[in-house]
Write a protein that binds this ligand. Structure first.
Ligand SMILES: *Cc1c(COP(=O)(O)O)cnc(C)c1O
Ligand code: SF4
Length: 353
């Protein structure tokens, strides 16, 4: 089984190659070009086997393929849709909700999700070098393309962790630290183990939550070292993954998430509601059931954050509420996700259904 770092380094980084590998018409790659220059494509080869060949509408492909609609300027869709700049306590540390602080540990990810609300952070040029095989290209703005403007905030750095740790230690109301990004599991286990150790020394902390897409994109990421530091920490670990469509769960992903659960780590899933991907009762019901079958609990179904470049993924709220009603008629109560929306400056996520 290939090492996860090697899989990450070998990821597909351009639309022409992706289309060739998936038997798609070269016109699909040509149409991707401008959007790709604004936010680079990144898709690990471990994902490709789950995408139907020759189908430009495949729900997994749509999550990673740049499309011309990303350049549309849609009113209400902006660069920092959640007001995170205002919730920043110090570089790389956010707090919006009581008792929970969120560390933006890195801008690196295993995949570039086209609808990501932090896409401007993730797409920053330095990120292209993560996992080796650096491929620097001129940014879309340099080419005169109407790329959405990035927010003024700079990307997170490991050097920011010290100050973030001090701030967390100073605030005794914080019970839980959420490692987010980017994808925190893009960081090496040795470094994460050290961070977990430092956090565990802060007496008022109880839980350590990890928000990651890596075990789903590259199942090899669930290493013995990862399980070892998660098992070893005094803090109660919780892993929140992101599976948006049942076809993302193949036997390797089921195995990886199963290993986490077997190690005593609760695994929760957030699926973003996405047009053309999972805005269908049949698909969502199958997703929730598959998750339960592999012992990952459906947690949230977030409404798409109104990020510039993501408008074409939006599902109207009324349609989302109807979908949840349909799930409730089909599934056991514990399998029904909570449909939520995140708004700047609210005390919690708002439950829509
Ligand atoms: C979503 C989010 C959390 C976690 O919210 P839960 O409802 O506990 O899952 C925490 N902090 C920030 C900044 C968030 O955006
Ligand atoms: S893995 Fe998460 S942070 Fe990274 S691009 Fe996808 S949604 Fe954004």
């Amino acid at each position: 089984m290939a090492d996860w770092r090697a899989v990450l380094a070998d990821a597909v980084r351009d639309a022409a190659e992706l289309c060739r590998l998936l038997g798609l018409d070269p016109s699909v790659a040509a149409a991707a070009q401008d959007a790709e220059a604004c936010f680079p494509l990144l898709a690990p080869r471990t994902l490709l086997g789950r995408i139907r060949r020759g189908d430009p509408e495949d729900p997994l492909l749509l999550q990673v393929l740049p499309r011309p609609a990303e350049l549309a300027d849609v009113p209400g869709f902006r660069s920092d849709p959640l007001g995170e700049a205002a919730a920043t306590i110090c570089p790389g540390l956010l707090q919006k909700y009581r008792g929970r602080a969120l560390m933006v540990t890195t801008a690196a990810c295993a995949v570039h999700c086209r609808y990501c609300f932090r896409r401007h952070l993730i797409g920053q040029a330095g990120n292209l070098t993560i996992g080796g095989k650096p491929k620097r290209r001129p940014g879309g703005a340099d080419l005169g393309l109407p790329c959405p403007q990035p927010p003024a905030t700079r990307g997170p750095k490991v050097e920011d962790w010290e100050l973030a740790l001090r701030r967390i230690a100073d605030d005794t109301s914080i019970r839980e630290v959420i490692l987010s990004g980017g994808d925190p599991l893009a960081i090496e286990d040795a470094q994460l183990a050290q961070l977990a150790e430092r956090l565990a020394e802060i007496p008022h902390l109880r839980r350590l939550r990890v928000h990651t897409r890596l075990p789903v994109m590259i199942p090899q990421r669930v290493t013995d070292e990862l399980l070892s530091w998660l098992r070893g920490t005094r803090l109660t670990p919780v892993m929140v993954v992101q599976v948006n469509h049942p076809a993302e769960i193949d036997t390797a992903v089921a195995g990886a998430l199963g290993r986490l659960v077997d190690a005593g780590v609760p695994v929760l899933n957030q699926a973003v509601l996405l047009r053309g991907v999972n805005d269908d009762a049949e698909v969502l019901a199958e997703l929730c059931e598959r998750l339960i079958d592999i012992r990952a609990m459906p947690y949230y179904l977030p409404q798409l954050d109104p990020v510039a470049g993501g408008a074409h993924f939006e599902v109207p709220e009324a349609a989302g509420v109807r979908l949840i009603g349909e799930l409730r008629r089909r599934l056991p109560g514990y399998a029904v996700v909570r449909y939520v929306r995140e708004t700047a400056a609210e005390a919690s996520k708002e439950v829509l259904a």
